[in-house]
Design a protein around this ligand. Structure first.
Ligand code: HEC
Ligand code: HEC
Length: 482
């Protein structure tokens, strides 16, 4: 067992969930200091926080936005929500779907601004569970020669004299789970489910031998503008690649390509492995990769050399023109930027406050960084200079082999995932109907999400296993409240 781990927890962990022995009383695992409660925690997005008028949607514009800008926000929603259709059509603003695509609209995956319906077991055409493809060799970035960087399971059906080859959806997914049994230190048992993923009905033969599958369950997308507004220097101040502070955690930022500036070492922030450096790039990539809508940042359809039907259909479009004009794309950018975060709920209850202390004491805050003040120079004044409480460092962490997808994405290896924000997830079930968590939705509750933590987060997970039932309840209540 690694030294930092024993130090952090002060216990010997003999066989997973079966046998426990505490080392000594001078190692109290509940040892990190707990900052005094700040009344500002009630408003996780500061002045931008907005109370929900009804509880079935995350989609509200930030509270401090003027009415004119709000009109743009709601126009953005319409391009996010309404299905795209096959071109040519009577409406050029919303056509251009495909040729290959995953779903017809953003909202299918990001239901109510949250997470979409999670895939069920068995063979199916997935929607919210997106299947990224990448290299299984660490440090090598490449995509599959036949399928590209993502499986698009759907295709448009277009009849035209010049099309001699059918456009085919790329594959279906066979999803299965097997049980993983474990035990808390107080001997209460639990059961997790380990997923396995198999592509079936591949339209162009098997994946290349060095290409692996990385399943990604569509995340919540509220508060993204505020994450975009965190100063790069505040992020980099948390970087600790060689674990100089010896807390067993080596926060590291992904270094990715900014397709606008050409910078190949931009700090990644968005996506489960922080593939995109800016919110604009994330949105533009979603259009082309998920819906097949080309745009100024990504002007080419996703057709590989062997996908002749896809190429033929693309050639029918207006050459030199993209499918979503910049003006309309800007509406969706603003929409994505200004979705607000809900206020905290009953955060000052005795139980939530007890859970808050445990959150700091078990080391959750070492990755789920509670607080920032956003950049005062950020280009949207509504989001600038706000005290926010997102609970993420946006850095990559080795989360251990069980969460690994084995796939490289820029500097991120298979084991590495970006810490997700935790604000508002307590409302997820009520709002979007999904109680699934983690990058692939395998966790069926917040409790299960914590139990899956491994690698650098193993000490925190062991700390969780050692809590009493009431302490666990309190921690979960805190996360439900933030
Ligand atoms: C097929 C499902 C799907 C569709 C359609 C889709 N997304 Fe996503 N979205 C995802 C997944 C999965 C991720 C995580 C991607 C990754 O890990 O790189 C994501 C990530 C994001 C993020 C970043 C979230 C974060 O925490 O970093 C934003 C913002 C976003 N999508 C907006 C959009 C917009 C806008 C559209 C429509 C143009 C869209 N998405 C369409 C599945 C989808
Ligand atoms: C070493 C960094 C690290 C530590 C420490 C850590 N986490 Fe995490 N946490 C992550 C990462 C990275 C993920 C995403 C993993 C994935 O998606 O596979 C995550 C995911 C989660 C999720 C799921 C969120 C979602 O929307 O899917 C919850 C809940 C969570 N952590 C709570 C906690 C709690 C509570 C603790 C303390 C007991 C903790 N974490 C400690 C890095 C950490």
């Amino acid at each position: 067992m690694n030294k930092a781990l024993t130090q952090a927890i002060g216990l010997t962990f003999i066989t997973a969930g079966v046998s426990w022995a505490y080392i000594s009383s001078d190692h109290d695992y509940l040892q990190s200091t707990v900052p005094a409660f700040d009344q500002k925690e009630h408003q996780p997005a500061g002045a931008a926080t907005v109370a929900r008028l009804h509880t079935r949607s995350y989609i509200y514009p930030v509270a401090n936005m003027d009415r004119f800008k709000q009109l743009g926000f709601w126009s953005g929603l319409s391009f996010f929500r309404d299905p795209w259709i096959t071109s040519p059509s009577s409406t050029t603003d919303r056509d251009g779907l495909g040729p290959l695509f995953i779903t017809r609209s953003c909202i299918t995956c990001h239901h109510a601004g949250g997470r979409g319906p999670m895939s069920k077991e068995g063979v199916h055409v997935p929607s919210s569970l997106l299947l990224r493809l990448g290299s299984t060799i660490e440090g090598i970035n490449k995509v599959d020669p036949n399928y590209g960087g993502q499986i698009q399971p759907r295709a448009i059906n277009l009849i035209h004299a010049s099309i001699t080859s059918e456009v085919q959806g790329e594959a279906m997914l066979d999803l299965a789970y097997s049980p993983v049994n474990g035990q808390f230190a107080d001997s209460e048992t639990y059961q997790l489910r380990m997923p396995s993923y198999q592509l079936v009905k591949l339209s162009h033969g098997p994946l290349a031998s060095d290409i692996g599958l990385s399943p990604r369950y569509a995340p919540n997308i509220y508060g993204m503008g505020l994450l975009d507004a965190i100063s790069e220097s505040d992020l980099l101040a948390q970087e600790d690649i060689n674990d100089a502070n010896q807390d067993g955690i080596s926060a590291r930022y992904n270094r990715v390509t900014n397709v606008v500036t050409g910078n190949k070492k931009a700090i990644g922030r968005f996506g489960f492995k922080a593939k995109h450096p800016t919110l604009e790039q994330q949105v533009a990539a979603a259009f082309v990769d998920d819906i097949g809508i080309t745009n100024a940042m990504f002007p080419d359809e996703n057709c590989s050399d062997v996908q002749l039907g896809c190429q033929q259909v693309s050639a029918l479009g207006y050459q030199g023109e993209v499918e979503i004009r910049q003006k309309l794309l800007n509406f969706v950018n603003d929409f994505s930027k200004f979705i607000s975060v809900p206020p905290a709920r009953q955060l000052e209850s005795v139980i939530a406050q007890r859970g808050r202390a445990i959150f700091y004491q078990t080391g959750c805050a070492n990755c789920h960084t509670p607080r920032y003040v956003t950049n005062s120079e950020y280009d949207a004044p509504e989001l600038a200079n706000l005290t926010i409480w997102p609970y993420t460092d946006l850095a990559l962490h080795d989360m251990g082999p069980e969460l690994s997808d084995g796939v490289t994405e820029f500097d991120a290896n298979g084991n590495e995932w970006r810490t997700p924000p935790l604000w508002g997830i307590g409302l997820q079930r009520k709002i979007s109907g999904s109680n699934n968590f983690l990058h692939d939705g395998r966790a069926r509750s917040i409790n299960e999400a914590i139990l899956w933590h491994g690698g650098e987060a193993k000490p925190a997970q062991l700390g969780y296993l050692l809590l009493t039932k009431n302490q666990r309840k309190a921690l979960l209540r805190f996360i439900q409240s933030i």
